[in-house]
Design a protein around this ligand. Sequence first.
Ligand SMILES: C[S@@+](CC[C@H](N)C(=O)[O-])C[C@H]1O[C@@H](n2cnc3c(N)ncnc32)[C@H](O)[C@@H]1O
Length: 221
Amino acid sequence: MSLDPEFAAALANHSIEMDEATALRMQNYVTVMWRWNEDINLTRHTTWELFVSRDLRDCLQLAPLLEAGEEVLDLGSGNGVPGIPLSILRPDIEVSLAESVAKRAKVLSEIVAEIGVPVPVYGARGEDLLEDFRFTTVVSRAVGSIAKFCRWIEPRWQNVDRLLLVKGPKWIEERGEARHLGVLANLQMRKVATYPLGDAEESEGVILQLWPKESTRFQET
Ligand SMILES: C[S@@+](CC[C@H](N)C(=O)[O-])C[C@H]1O[C@@H](n2cnc3c(N)ncnc32)[C@H](O)[C@@H]1O
């Protein structure tokens, strides 16, 4: 397999440097995922430009925030973003996927098997999975509001060190709602990445880290 010139052009267009082996693994994931997308709705990002400028962009922001050896759960994985690209970008972390829609979870299992990444897929609600499994970090994109996540994880913090949520500019409204509902009372929240979304409004994307107040683990990060 060689690199698709449109993928290479999209990477160059966004000044993304990636070694060829990683780019080819990423291309294989996207190609297989798009093939499944013809049968079951997984993504609307069906051009290399959209994949690179939306999906890969967010994954590249998340990747450096994770420490080697972490056990990461992608909650609400859908088409596999951010979990599968993260497992390709960071083979030194262990990624699992939770997807509550059984048909999508089954397709995700087919995708990871075909592309050969060591990523377990759970056809379950992520918050239920946290009853029995422990993860150092839960990552998530486009699944629920800050308040929703606070409520989901609230009874499960003994099994999670931190949450990393990928958010668009609406995160400020969501923070307002979460404060209003009082669900942030026992949590610390910090913006750990900010980056331009490249849209006409010049809006910013953020990655929010949430962790329990009593934990000192992320004080210095
Ligand atoms: C809008 S899609 C986002 C998919 C992907 N994370 C992305 O950023 O493109 C949300 C996905 O999360 C799944 N989902 C929603 N709530 C969930 C939960 N509590 N646990 C696991 N999956 C969930 C939905 O079935 C859907 O596939």
